[in-house]
Write a protein that binds this ligand. Structure first.
Ligand SMILES: NC(=O)c1ccc[n+]([C@@H]2O[C@H](COP(=O)([O-])OP(=O)(O)OC[C@H]3O[C@@H](n4cnc5c(N)ncnc54)[C@H](O)[C@@H]3O)[C@@H](O)[C@H]2O)c1
Ligand SMILES: [Zn+2]
Length: 377
């Protein structure tokens, strides 16, 4: 390889959590160094790679090889693609396979995949043998900028998303940005929504930077690594200050109370991906804030313009298929875990980069807002 083609040095972001501090390593071609990086932390002899079938056919051999080169014997647990795998049945199978393969305390679980596999494998690692170490190897943009960092792990309940889970921090995150080259464009756009969220909730300068550099982030120049690292840095700092979401961490849910309701109403399906629902939810959070006179309508339009420019939905009419009813959405919102003592807690904004927790938003106000939003064409 010539010097000119050598990948740039990886960017390292620390998640400072005392003796559970870990690094997020970001850069092109990092998958090959996975075994060496894990071996520096744990002199384990065994690793279990959990991934979905699509990622398995693309990257499982390379991951297993990288681990073998550093002396790890590895087994793999392959699950089906998509949100459906965050279920009790898949979770049960993953746990049973880890136990059957005699993955013990001291061994390492590798979550190789998007947010679905990260959440599922992280939760399995949290509970099998009362807790195994695990490493996040996020392969979707969404997982690289958001879900692989912070230790929230979960599966879904029939009552709603992420209702069964645990806080369990990984010991390392390895984000190889070159794997994003095989990600479907729609999935890339969905992940971009969570990047935008990080700018909007607390870093106006980052949002402006994204407006100016969106094309480069999509094109995969160095701007992509910069965007991922900035996003991870913001999340890492919030998680370090409020690991268990007793306060500030809730801001990371910007767009998610509305978003989860839209996502559930669309049946957790291809009709609306998580990141797309978040984009729609962010647009709603800004509009509701504007209605309350908290933020200028021009700011709200600026946000919607950027999301739309990135190919993300901002209007309910953009959800494929049947439009959800306001009753159904209100039921789903009431079921969301961010509801406290009958009040609806929403993350609202006073401007771009200035989100805050509004703990007691009146349900009637939300219903009126959604009724208007649903009528939009
Ligand atoms: N734990 C958290 O803090 C947190 C934060 C945000 C989102 N989430 C969760 O993350 C999930 C969404 O994650 P997601 O959007 O990554 O979905 P996903 O894991 O389903 O991945 C999306 C699709 O892309 C495919 N894929 C992944 N990497 C690929 C690659 N490099 N090349 C080709 N195909 C690839 C997958 O097979 C899948 O079909 C949701 O369940 C959401 O609740 C969790
Ligand atoms: Zn999200």
């Amino acid at each position: 390889m010539t010097a000119a083609l050598r990948p740039a040095d990886p960017i390292v972001v620390k998640v400072a959590l005392g003796d559970r501090t870990y690094d997020i390593v970001i850069g092109r071609g990092l998958l090959a160094s996975l075994g060496r990086r894990v071996a520096m932390l744990r002199p384990a002899t065994k690793a279990a790679i959990i991934c979905d079938d699509a990622v398995a056919s693309l990257y499982l051999p390379a991951a297993a090889e990288a681990l073998a080169a550093a002396g790890f014997a590895s087994i793999s647990v392959v699950v089906g693609q998509g949100e459906g795998s965050k279920s009790f049945s898949t979770f049960e199978r993953a746990c049973e396979e880890l136990i059957a393969a005699r993955i013990e305390r001291g061994d390492v679980v590798i979550a190789l995949g998007g947010g679905v596999v990260g959440d599922l494998a992280g939760f399995a690692a949290a509970v099998v043998r009362r807790g195994l170490d695990y490493v996040q190897v996020p392969t979707s943009l969404l997982a690289q900028v958001d879900s692989s960092v912070g230790g929230k792990t979960a599966i879904n309940s029939s009552h709603g998303k992420n209702l069964i889970g645990a806080f369990h921090q990984p010991i390392l995150v390895v984000a190889d940005t070159s794997v994003l080259d095989t990600l479907a464009p729609r999935q890339f756009r969905a992940g971009y929504a969570e990047l935008v969220k990080h700018g909007l909730l607390g870093d106006a300068a980052f949002f402006s930077w994204l407006e100016a550099n969106v094309a480069d982030v999509f094109a995969g120049t160095g701007a992509r690594e910069h965007a991922i690292a900035t996003s991870c840095r913001m999340k890492a700092e919030i998680v370090a200050r409020d690991e268990r979401e007793s306060g500030e961490r809730a801001l990371l849910n910007l767009g998610h109370t509305f978003g989860h309701a839209f996502e559930a109403a669309a049946g957790f399906s291809d009709r609306l991906l998580h990141g797309e629902a978040v984009a729609l939810g962010i647009a709603c959070a800004f509009e509701l804030s504007a209605k309350r006179g908290l933020v200028a309508p021009a700011e709200t339009e600026r946000v919607a313009r950027h999301l739309a420019a990135a190919g993300l939905p901002t209007r309910v009419a953009e959800i494929a298929g049947e439009t959800p009813s306001v009753d159904r959405l209100m039921d789903l919102i009431a079921q969301d875990k961010k509801v406290k003592r009958g009040h609806l807690a929403f993350i609202l904004v006073r401007g771009i980069g200035a989100a805050f927790v509004a703990p007691d938003v009146d349900a009637a106000e939300v219903r009126a807002f959604l009724t208007e939003k649903l009528a939009e064409r």
